[in-house]
Design a protein around this ligand. Structure first.
Ligand code: SF4
Length: 771
């Protein structure tokens, strides 16, 4: 079989400048005394803005040094692009410094099928799409219209190339790592660094080697590899680390399968994931119209640039024998609660849950490759031949117009629809709460998805929906049974005739024999568009969805470089993801309007004093004000009183996504500092970018000693800012009872990040450098 593409792309702007990257890599190699490097290091160091500055300290690099990097590309999804563009616009440039793309995917709501959903969503989000499109035209950004597909699938199909470094304003940007690059999820302010040509800073991650041996077989798929690994590493295990896969088990997996694995590295908090260049990556590049990129990558690989050096040292090595992997189901409510399929039935029983599935959902950016879709189509064919249809609603979101059109041409769509599937628009839909689900309102129920994330309420807004993650094949097989305890590897279904029926594990096909077809090319942008500076960026004066940004003021007045006394708004208990800090679902429509979206601040967070959700105490209430109110309402009162404030938070605060609103919103209401038992990496950076100081408790037990209404003052911050990098920052806490004590904190602020903090935000600092 050939995989001849139906088209060839203009590859001039998408082929990495390998000669330049390899030149820098060789230079760095000498600087590091020719020590063997991991692939992740090669890619990072070849994108250093100034290798001497980042690497010449002589000390440990990984986990210690700050790297100033020059990414080659930026991709943004429609929800996060709004704030990123608003920030970029306020920098005052006429074009982006690197190729940038916008993808309209998150704002498409799934109700009753692709065509009508798309039409309705375009109408209801017209204002935002017009803004994004006009800004794209003005600044020369590639604009992928609603219907074109999900950002990560489109990036994999069009922009990703082995050995490159790119940023995306979405936490699943690492999906592109399936093509052997480093793709990192960031907030909009980080994207603005790359878009303005400002070096982008990253604390050099540690590198974990995942040594793959054996071969996946039967029902086990790449999704099961990452579900299994999530169980091992937990949601924190990848923090500050890149997962670099190596070993004989890499080459025999499809490029899109590797992308699934890289995609869900985000679920363990990894900076990103990557793989050495393989034959299957070459085949995928060729099949997606990028033969020139494949040829250039072949050459770079022959020079040793696209794999780790022999003897490269990892910070930790994890061994996985793929031959031993069985399908795994993770959840509910957290992606690291991994249960092997063979034990899932008894797990459900032990928990006392109803043995019922209420819906099966496949697709999304995680699992909508041609291979995934042909695998599930094989199951659907087997079921249809036996006279079965799915027992529960079965929804499919293709990742891109290219996938949708190729599925349709090859009969995959018909096969799925024949057994009851509803094919939704090429967009995020139910994966991000854009699912208008009419059944199960407020009822406990269980859904299985092939998506990547399963926080409470994420899919249908119902906190009682238990959302389990599995491979598309397992989701599909179980949709025919309607029961959670069904194990398609061992169990049979009963046919209307009374006879037993057992599925045969499907093989699928990684690339279409006839090549991919692009489908409706009206959705596609022209490559490398030139900026049209005369374009007016459309923001209505009375808009409720878009609002120009006012720069944040610096926290420091004339009184020096310690923060003013801060009042503690609340002590947040337990898991507090970016979904808790800035909820999605209906709030997505306010992504470009900071005042409006801030009304959702921490509305699902638990107050450790009292254990209530969305309740904060106001100890300084004025006459007529209540003692407690919602968290955003109390934050608003603080803002109105010009009372700067702080939050005390638990472990891994801000895990989950790159959502910078989770940093912008507290800042908007006057938050100057957050003290945590620990932070998730992207969120911590986002806080720094917006001028909020993230501090870590040196002793985690101190968390419980500070409560709402206490006053916290910094001691030693001025020394830190004045260049004493090792200065310890202490906090003087004055309790409401009058008791006073000091506690020690730690921080990860670099020299440059301290400059942002002093300026009030990174953007203020960038602006000051440009004027
Ligand atoms: Fe969209 Fe879900 Fe993928 Fe995020 S994880 S890009 S919401 S499909």
């Amino acid at each position: 079989a050939t995989h001849a593409p139906f088209y060839e792309k203009d590859c001039s702007s998408i082929t990495p400048p390998y000669a330049q990257l390899i030149g820098k890599w060789e230079y760095v190699r000498e600087l590091l005394n020719n020590r063997p490097l991991t692939l992740a290091e090669k890619i990072l160091y070849s994108h250093l803005n100034d290798p001497e500055k980042s690497l010449s300290g002589g000390g440990k690099i990984r986990g210690e040094s700050y790297l100033q990097l020059t990414p080659q590309r930026v991709a943004m999804q429609d929800a996060s692009a709004q704030m990123a563009l608003l920030q970029f616009m306020s920098a005052g440039l006429s074009r982006c410094a690197v190729p940038t793309s916008i993808h309209c995917d998150h704002l498409i709501q799934a109700i009753d099928g692709a065509e009508s959903d798309l039409k309705r969503s375009i109408a209801s989000n017209k204002e935002v799409f017009d803004f994004l499109e006009s800004a794209a035209r003005k600044y020369g950004i590639e604009f992928w219209k609603p219907g074109s597909g999900i950002i990560h699938q489109i990036v994999l199909e069009n922009y990703a190339a082995p050995g490159m470094l790119m940023l995306g304003t979405d936490s699943h940007t690492p999906n592109a790592g399936g093509l052997g690059l480093l793709a990192i999820g960031v907030g909009g302010a980080d994207a603005v660094d790359a878009m303005t040509g400002t070096p982008w800073e990253l604390k050099a991650p540690q590198v974990v080697g995942i040594h793959l041996t054996g071969k996946l077989s039967g029902w086990a798929t790449p999704k099961d590899l990452i579900l299994h690994l999530a169980g091992k590493l937990t949601v924190r295990g990848g923090t500050g680390r890149i997962l670099e896969y190596f070993g004989p088990g890499v080459a025999n997996q499809s490029c899109t399968g590797l992308a699934t694995v890289a995609n869900m590295g985000a679920e363990v908090g990894a900076t990103t994931s990557t793989f050495p260049y393989t034959e299957n990556m070459r085949a995928y590049l060729n099949a997606t119209g990028r033969a020139p990129v494949a040829r250039a990558a072949d050459k770079a690989a022959s020079m040793g640039f696209l794999n780790a050096d022999d003897g490269a040292e990892y910070d930790e090595v994890i061994e996985i024998n793929l031959s031993e992997l069985e399908p795994t189901i993770n959840g509910p409510f957290t992606p690291d609660l991994a249960t092997p399929l063979s034990k899932f039935g008894s797990f459900v029983k032990e928990q006392g849950w109803k043995d019922e599935l209420s819906a099966g959902l496949i697709g999304s950016c995680t699992n909508s490759s041609y291979e995934d879709m042909t695998r599930v189509a094989e199951l659907a064919k087997q079921a249809k031949a036996a006279g079965l249809v799915t027992k529960v609603p079965f929804l499919c979101t293709p990742g891109s117009e290219q996938i949708r059109a190729t599925m349709e041409r090859d009969g995959v769509t018909n096969t799925l629809e024949d057994v009851g599937a509803v094919v939704l628009a090429n967009a995020c839909g139910p994966c991000i709460g854009q699912w208008k689900r009419d059944d199960m309102k407020g009822e406990e129920n269980a859904i299985l998805t092939s998506f990547n994330r399963n926080f409470k309420s994420r899919n249908d807004g119902n906190r009682l929906t238990m959302n389990f993650l599995a491979s598309p094949t397992i989701v599909t097989a179980m949709a025919f049974s309607g029961s959670l305890s069904f194990n398609p590897m061992t169990d049979t279904l009963t046919l209307p005739s009374g006879k037993p029926f057992r599925f045969t594990p499907p093989a699928g096909r990684d690339l279409p024999i006839e090549g991919f077809t692009q489908g409706n090319t009206d959705y596609y942008p022209s490559p490398t568009p030139e900026p049209q500076p005369e374009t007016e960026v459309i923001i209505r004066a009375d808009s409720q969805r878009l609002e120009l940004l006012e720069p944040f003021q610096s926290h420091f007045g004339d009184s020096g470089l310690e923060l003013p006394p801060l009042k503690v708004l609340m002590r947040v208990r337990g898991k507090c993801t970016t979904d808790h800090i800035s909820a999605a679902g209906p709030w997505l429509k306010y992504k470009g309007h900071l005042t409006n979206i801030s009304e959702n601040l921490l509305i699902t967070a638990v107050n450790d004093e009292g254990g209530d959700v969305n309740v904060a105490f106001d100890h300084d209430r004025a006459a007529g004000e209540t003692e407690t109110d919602t968290i955003p309402a109390v934050a608003k009162r603080f803002k109105a009183r010009n009372q700067p404030w702080t939050l005390v938070v638990d472990d891994n605060y801000g895990e989950g996504s790159a959502r910078e609103h989770a940093a912008l919103q507290p800042r908007f209401y006057g938050c100057a500092m957050i003290v945590a038992r620990s932070f998730a990496r992207i969120h911590e950076t986002n806080l720094k970018k917006q001028g909020v100081l993230p501090l870590w408790f040196a002793d985690k037990a101190d968390y419980s000693r500070i409560g709402s209404g206490d006053i916290v003052e910094t001691i030693g911050l001025a020394d830190l800012i004045k260049g004493r990098q090792n200065a310890a920052v202490k906090l003087k806490v004055t309790k409401r009872t009058g008791e006073v004590f000091e506690i020690l904190t730690k921080h990860t602020m670099s020299e440059d990040q301290l400059k942002w903090f002093c300026a009030g935000s990174a953007l203020n600092f960038i602006r000051s450098q440009m004027s």
